[in-house]
Write a protein that binds this ligand. Structure first.
Ligand SMILES: Nc1nc2c(c(=O)[nH]1)N[C@H]1C(S)=C(S)[C@@H](COP(=O)(O)OP(=O)(O)OC[C@H]3O[C@@H](n4cnc5c(=O)[nH]c(N)nc54)[C@H](O)[C@@H]3O)O[C@H]1N2
Ligand SMILES: Nc1nc2c(c(=O)[nH]1)N[C@H]1C(S)=C(S)[C@@H](COP(=O)(O)OP(=O)(O)OC[C@H]3O[C@@H](n4cnc5c(=O)[nH]c(N)nc54)[C@H](O)[C@@H]3O)O[C@H]1N2
Ligand SMILES: [Mo]
Length: 904
């Protein structure tokens, strides 16, 4: 989303789904996982919209859709690619929109070679680092804007692509275009060629979807797009948790741009977020690689000083809002270090920690196993159940010196030393496990105040309903007082290296019996203030790089405008417009639909009366309409920048994608993605099928930790995967919540879904002798997990590549604690990650299924060892399977091709 449009958040709001003429839900079980928002899908349907659901499993979402399309997991790019092909080969794109607001006309470097030329690799691939030099992916004449393969490798290990969540695509504005879209190297033609082999026949072969069903979806999508109509696209983690996850979303983005659905009511892409504040936890990140507002975390190698750090984020010479990057950065440093931050000391830039590689959650757990990590804080997370490769998670926790867990319950991640599956196998011995666990009770969401930032970028203030009892405390309390005590100790020590902590502003007012810090004071600091007067700022354009403003998260500036907690607004819908701007507060600038400049034509007129949203009022000389315009309010559509202008001044009156280096939605992404400028179908890391399109089997740039604890199953072309013949996928039940601590403890929910189960089709049940409601166990190289058999036609065997593929489905909510207990599905997975964002592939794997309960103790270890031996998981297949000669040809190198690297 970030590289395609400029910001990573959902583009529209859920209520706006009611305005859609068609809704495509793919990779999401919205009715069960987002039931409240789903009412707006039903409202759209009531008004005549067509609802389509594309999913491997029939769910309540499918039941409420007009059309359900069963698909093989991990093949969405083929399906969507065929829709792109349908649009382009019949010239069904919304041409005026495409010309004005996308990079369709941009001409690419003549050195660019496509996956069509190189059997599944793009030009610039370096088999040694397994990353790309992106010079050849650039616009013609702008090759220098690319990154080399070593930088790309560093980008991968730090998931630095995530900065594009609010950073857009760093490309130069000035480059050659062909408005006729005929030039063979213009993006439009390159796209057309790239997807030409994504045909209905291929969809049948790869996805197991009939050409009639494909046509139905494609035609409905096209028919409900254009001037008068809009289609909304909804996805969630059925798309993200793949080793090619970011590219699934890219394919959806390409369709929505070609059909002109972005920035318009009833259109857009609804990226549904999961946990209550999961959007908030990337905006103000708990991630190793980002600072608030998507500022990149300083990198030891690349950012020796403030200037290099700011330069990296503000992209000097480029157009767009990041031209003001220095203001966002300096204001953040001022918020952290207050008076200590001065121009002379680079605003305390050297107080910021640096990263130097992969410190992601999975790498960290492997480092724990290797004894490289001493202590760990675990808050609001239960990785022993919720993260891929449960055994590795627990072995890591068991190898720490100390562990702090703050949770509502004693979760599996706190009790692994006495009741994990590894106790039974003897891999963890209670008496010998040296980890000292500090289990601290947390106050729940009703026992504390603060904001959640939910799925549509909305900050909503939550009152405290009841006081927490006993020792339960809020996170704010815990960190404020922990920080206070640590600072007191360090102050007594008086060492220079403690300055980063001692210089922090740590002056929140406290109240009540337990000295609870004021959450509202924190919100005010996040919003930002004028340092001299303390006046809260109204919008991020007021932030300055001269130390006169302080602000904790530039995209949130405005949430405390006028000294009022805007997130606490609850004006009823009936008392305001349908956009309801006075309900909560939305980033950026309370704008509800992003890129809404594109809801008007290039001259600023609505595309149609029916879909009018934001338009140019000639008389008043400003943009007006139902929402805060996503363009400077008084910049006329006719405005053209002066040559040499930079930053916001360089944005034309037609540039609808204001974060992007060229002001446009990206059909083709020259910069910002590690696995390719265009989405390409790769098989999941574990797949029983060979890639029907290319010699390159799986994503060649993926992260796959090749360590003994992490065996990965064989896939074609190396070997025929007979040992693990079935595909399995995992997802949610309405009645449980994620890793289960919050639902397995509740009587009603526990009763509704009392036991771990495995869904199989009647055909697979027959083939493997599985009895409905009897026991079975699912086996991988990592674990065997047992559950009750549920034989159901919710899962249909699909005919793929001339044979039948069985898909097995498991919920992932069980563990050893609570009123209902069971094996944890995540024990089945190994760890392989998408290269752009380091998300794990937990939606697709291969497995075996056997009747009866699983063996216990040593017998379990023997079973797994037997499987690993037969599968030959020790003999690692290469990550790069395409002909390496293609690689050197593309890179234009004289040296001999390298053997694909075996290490990660
Ligand atoms: N009741 C309830 N609600 C929840 C949660 C919960 O645990 N319980 N969790 C919350 C959280 S944290 C999140 S992130 C959201 C998640 O919300 P969703 O993403 O809707 O939840 P999931 O059930 O994981 O599955 C998504 C769907 O993707 C499908 N799928 C799997 N693989 C593929 C694929 O390759 N292609 C396609 N097209 N579809 C695929 C699955 O069959 C499933 O129907 O839900 C939130 N809401
Ligand atoms: N196989 C498979 N694995 C998956 C997924 C999948 O689809 N398939 N989905 C993934 C997704 S999208 C997600 S989000 C993760 C979720 O994985 P986790 O985040 O590990 O699981 P949760 O059970 O949501 O953990 C949240 C914990 O926070 C505690 N808690 C609740 N409120 C508070 C509070 O205010 N303070 C504190 N300190 N604790 C609190 C709860 O009791 C709970 O134990 O799972 C991921 N794993
Ligand atoms: Mo999630």
């Amino acid at each position: 989303m970030g590289t395609s449009f400029g910001r990573g958040g959902a583009t529209n709001f859920q209520q706006d789904l009611a305005n859609a003429d068609c809704i495509v839900i793919q990779g999401s079980n919205m009715a069960e996982a987002h039931p409240v928002g789903f009412q707006w899908v039903m409202e759209a349907k009531r008004r005549g919209a067509k609802v389509m659901h594309v999913d491997p499993r029939f769910t309540r979402t499918s039941a409420l859709a007009d059309t359900f399309v069963p698909i093989r997991v991990g093949t969405d790019i083929v399906f969507l690619g065929a829709i792109v092909n349908h649009i382009l080969s019949n010239e069904l794109d919304f041409r005026e929109y495409v010309l004005a607001y996308t990079n369709a006309s941009s001409i690419l470097s003549e050195d660019y070679l496509d996956t069509e030329d190189l059997d599944g690799l793009f030009s610039g691939f370096d088999p040694e680092t397994r990353t790309y030099d992106t010079a050849t992916w650039q616009y013609a004449g702008a090759e220098a804007a690319g990154v080399d393969e070593d930088d790309a490798a560093a980008d991968r290990s730090t998931a630095s692509g995530m900065q594009h969540e609010s950073h857009g695509m760093p490309v130069p504005e000035e480059h050659e275009r062909d408005e006729t879209l005929q030039h063979p190297r213009c993006v439009y033609q390159v796209l057309k060629r790239h997807f030409a082999r994504y045909t209905p026949e291929l969809v049948e072969e790869a996805c197991g979807v009939s050409r009639e069903q494909l046509r139905e979806v494609a035609e409905a999508w096209v028919a409900a797009s254009g001037r008068e109509r809009t289609t909304a696209l909804v996805y969630s983690v059925g798309w993200t948790q793949h080793s090619v996850g970011a590219q699934y979303i890219r394919t959806g983005a390409i369709i929505q741009l070609l059909l002109g659905n972005m920035g318009r009511p009833g259109g857009g892409i609804m990226a549904l977020r999961g946990h209550a504040s999961i959007q908030g936890s990337t905006d103000i990140p708990t991630l190793f690689n980002l600072l608030p507002g998507y500022l990149v975390m300083p990198d030891a190698r690349r950012h020796p000083d403030l200037a290099s750090w700011v330069q990296d984020m503000s992209m000097p010479g480029r157009k767009g809002l990041w031209g003001n990057g220095a203001a966002y950065a300096v204001s953040l440093l001022k918020a952290y270090w207050g008076e200590a931050a001065t121009e002379d000391n680079d605003w305390c830039y050297d107080h910021l920690p640096r990263i130097d590689g992969d410190h992601g959650t999975y790498r960290t757990v492997l480092d724990m196993i290797e004894g490289k990590v001493k202590g760990y804080f675990l808050l609001g997370q239960n990785p022993a159940v919720g993260s891929a490769h449960g055994r590795a998670q627990r072995l890591g926790l068991a190898n720490l010196e100390w562990l702090v867990v703050r949770d509502l319950y004693e979760i599996e991640s706190a009790s692994f030393w006495k009741d994990s599956p590894e106790i039974e196998t003897g891999e963890i011995v209670t008496e010998e496990c040296a980890t000292e666990v500090f289990l601290l009770p947390a106050a729940s969401h009703v026992e504390k105040e603060g904001t959640f930032t939910q799925t549509q970028r909305m900050l909503q203030w939550r009152e405290k309903a009841v006081d927490p009892t006993g020792d339960r405390r809020s996170e704010l309390w815990f960190f404020y007082h922990l920080g206070r005590i640590v600072r007191e100790r360090l102050a007594a020590r008086g060492e220079e290296r403690d300055r980063p902590l001692l210089d922090l502003t740590w002056d929140y007012p406290v109240h009540g019996e337990h000295d609870e810090p004021s959450a509202e004071a924190v919100l005010r600091e996040i919003n930002g203030v004028d340092v001299a007067t303390g006046r809260p700022l109204s919008t991020f354009t007021e932030l300055r790089a001269d130390g006169s403003t302080a602000g904790g998260c530039w995209i949130y500036t405005g949430v405390y405008a006028d000294g009022v907690n805007q997130a606490a607004r609850r004006r009823p819908g009936a008392e305001q417009s349908w956009v309801a701007p006075e309900w909560g507060w939305v980033w950026p600038a309370n704008r509800r639909i992003l890129y809404n400049r594109a809801s008007a034509d290039p001259d600023g007129r609505p595309w149609s009366e029916r879909k009018a949203y934001v338009w140019w009022d000639e008389e008043a000389g400003e943009w007006t309409g139902h929402d805060v315009p996503d363009i400077e309010r008084t910049k006329p559509p006719s405005y053209r920048h002066e040559p040499g202008a930079v930053g916001v001044d360089a944005l034309d009156g037609t540039d609808a994608f204001v974060m992007q280096g060229d002001g446009r939605g990206a059909l083709f992404v020259p910069n910002g993605l590690l696995d390719g400028p265009l989405p390409t179908h790769y098989e999941p890391v574990e797949s029983p099928f060979g890639n029907p399109l290319y010699g390159q089997q799986a994503n060649p740039t993926r992260v796959e930790y090749r360590e003994q604890v992490n065996p990965i199953h064989p896939s074609p072309p190396a070997e025929d995967p007979q040992v693990f013949p079935f595909v399995f996928t995992t997802s949610r039940l309405t009645e449980h919540h994620t890793a289960g601590a919050m639902s397995r403890q509740l009587e009603y929910l526990a009763e509704l879904q009392p036991e771990m189960f495995v869904e199989v089709s009647p055909a697979l049940a027959r083939e493997r002798g599985l009895e409905h409601l009897g026991w079975c166990h699912v086996v991988t190289a990592r674990a065997a997990v047992e559950g009750r058999v549920v034989v159901t036609d919710r899962l249909r065997p699909l005919r793929v590549a001339g044979r039948v593929v069985h898909q097995v489905w498991l919920p992932y909510h069980w563990g050893s604690k609570g009123l209902v207990t069971g094996d944890s599905t995540n024990d089945l997975f190994g760890i392989s990650l998408d290269p752009n964002v380091l998300i794990q592939e937990t939606k697709a794997g291969t497995c075996d299924v056997r009747p009866g309960r699983r063996p216990r103790g040593a017998a379990l270890l023997d079973l797994l060892e037997g499987y690993r031996t037969r599968a030959g998981t020790a003999d690692r297949r290469p990550i790069v399977t395409a002909d390496p000669r293609a690689v050197t040809r593309s890179a234009g190198r004289a040296d001999a091709p390298h053997r694909p690297e075996e290490g990660s």
